[in-house]
Write a protein that binds this ligand. Structure first.
Ligand code: NDP
Ligand SMILES: Nc1nc2c(ncn2[C@@H]2O[C@H](COP(=O)(O)O)[C@@H](O)[C@H]2O)c(=O)[nH]1
Length: 325
């Protein structure tokens, strides 16, 4: 198996088929809906909050609300009252099963439910998928996180509609250091490896550092990418604003950090400060334009045309080591 990460790969251009990059369509079908971009802000407390979810839904972007310190039932009700789709996160504990029961009892059907735990290749996830499929069969279920093909096969067989791939590649993740496990450092090839067996969509989660990494994720089999750090430092980001030597930063912390958990127990995340980089809408627009360029370099017009291109893996000295056809 080839091992590489985003920085070690470059995609190879094919003859251009458009006269303007504006002809390139970045939209993606994901579950029951189509979205402007194959990128979703991470379901973390310092990345999304309710106002951002409303804005994203109103503007045809995919969002996943986080699951921390939140009345998830009320959130779904409010989104539906606004005529917007509802996309929530759940864990696998008794309280999460109760949330599913309450939603079903009140006739509130979230359009998307993400089961979000550190080690998603687990019977607890299987039982949660079954519970959701029993009570809310119309919801599109995303399960994770996983990092191996065996896990993707299991999660799909348990009934998940999509799988989230990435154990420890995140910017505020310390799983690799604390446990010795994960896909940190080789996330892109883990996505490729998982995509070989996947029969349903994959979300590549963690490690996206540049807009070009989105095209690379699509090339290696992702349908959507989940992005934390790149989205965290915006004016609208929910993290606390911190001033250091006259410069403004936003707090960005891991969901498994003591800052999120409120206690130092099974901590696998840390806190960092992201420099504030303007408005989220501007970044999303730039991301879309960059992805349109990616599509044009791929010689295509549609997002999935990126899947057709060849690539090189760069050696340590930055020389092309392999040309893979
Ligand atoms: N993508 C990634 O690499 C990672 C992401 N995270 C994020 O952090 C958040 C908190 O995650 P998590 O720690 O799962 O939080 P939770 O406390 O919500 O854990 C969910 C449940 O899973 C159990 N659990 C968690 N990890 C394991 C494990 N390795 N083996 C067996 N059981 C486990 C927990 O029990 P108990 O606590 O008693 O073990 C708990 O009952 C999530 O949003 C998750 O996505 C966390 C780590 C890695
Ligand atoms: N190991 C941990 N991973 C975490 C934690 N909190 C979130 N995450 C994962 O990171 C991505 C975002 O990655 P980024 O590189 O784009 O910043 C997020 O979607 C989660 O999967 C954590 O505490 N520990």
């Amino acid at each position: 198996m080839e091992i590489f990460d985003y920085d070690h790969v470059l995609l190879l251009p094919r003859k251009c088929r458009v006269e303007s990059r504006s002809e390139c369509d970045t939209s993606v079908q994901f579950g029951p809906r189509s979205f402007k971009l194959p990128a979703v802000p991470a379901n973390m407390k310092t990345v999304v909050d309710e106002p951002l979810c409303i804005w994203l839904a109103q503007n045809d972007y995919f969002y996943v609300m986080h699951r921390f310190d939140l009345d998830t039932v009320a959130f779904v009700r409010r989104m539906h009252e606004l005529g917007l789709y509802a996309s929530i996160s759940l864990g696998i504990k008794e309280q999460d099963r109760a949330t599913v029961d309450a939603l079903a009892a009140q006739g509130l059907v979230p359009d998307y439910i993400t089961i979000d735990i550190a080690h998603g290749h687990a019977d607890s996830v299987k039982h949660m998928i079954w519970h959701i499929k029993d009570k809310l069969p119309q919801s599109f279920v995303i399960a994770g996180n996983v990092g191996t093909p065996e896990a993707v096969i299991d999660v799909e067989n348990w009934g998940a509609d999509a799988t989230k791939v990435g154990i420890g590649p995140g910017k505020v993740c310390i799983t690799k250091l604390k446990t010795g496990f994960g896909t940190g450092g080789w996330q892109l090839s883990a996505v490729k490896w998982c995509a070989r067996v996947a029969t349903k969509p994959l979300i590549a989660d963690g490690g996206i550092r540049s807009h070009g990494d989105i095209a690379k994720s699509i090339r290696f089999g992702a349908t959507m990418v989940m992005v934390g750090a790149l989205f965290a430092g915006h004016e609208e980001s929910p993290g606390r604003t911190v001033e250091v030597d006259g410069e403004l930063f936003k707090e960005y912390y891991g969901s498994a950090s003591d800052f999120n958990k409120g206690e130092y127990r099974h901590v696998e995340g840390k806190r960092i400060l992201e420099p504030i980089k303007g408005k989220l809408a501007d970044t999303l627009l730039e991301m879309q334009q960059d992805l349109q360029s990616s599509i044009s370099y791929s010689g295509g017009r549609a997002l999935m045309d990126i899947r057709k291109v060849n690539y090189v893996i760069l050696g340590g000295d930055n020389n092309a080591e392999h040309l893979l056809m």
